[in-house]
Design a protein. Sequence first.
Length: 267
Amino acid sequence: MFRNVFLKSMYDARRGLIGWSIAIVALVLLESALWPSVRDMPNLTELYQSFPEELRKFFDLDAMSTGAGFLNAELFTLMLPGLFLVYGIGHGARALAGEEERGTLELLLVTPVSGFRIVVDKALALALSIAVLGFALFVATTLGSLIFGLGISVPAAASGALAMTLLGVEYGVLALAAGALTGRRSAAIGIAAAAATAAYVVYAVGLILPRFESWQPYSPIHQAFNGGPLGAGLQLSYLWLLAGSAFLVAIALPALDGRDISTAHGG
């Protein structure tokens, strides 16, 4: 039953994935349906230019005269990253720390499956689950563009979905690693959420205050948003997101080998 941890983890995640995918598709289609009304507003460019410069820069309002710019400002730099982070962090925290708190991780560790393999399979299941949400986002963006005339190409939709996926995976793996090291789901969520908040602050402050702009490349949020994210194409900064995820998995790999769960929780 426990020999294939990856398949078991995917099976356990199936219902949540269906619900989250439906929610993402509905959100994107509903937002896309607003585009014709926004596009046809008179003096749209002048309206955006009337906002304070800091606000225009933060939400990239000058680009909202295009379909891609509209979805970037409305979804891809605020709501969608939040959804992918919530799912990734929650899933990552449950993957190992949640199992340990429920007492099921101990059952895994007494099987022939190594702690190394458990971490790898859990991380792969986490990444694939978030990729499923990314695919749902790609399909929804493509359909929304076709139905409501946003003019977003298939590669542009793919780049936006990829950015959200990589962002969710990195912070999901951070929660998984924190959970593997601490054995506490609340600690895993807190560490990953604090890191994501700090990264967003670095990104936002860099947009508003030019003297902090040089800090932005160190923020995974900036690495995901750089150039878009919708329509950005394949950014070199995505490699940093991949490298960060791989590094965090490497940190978590030895955490379960030789772990005495019953002793760690007071028997």
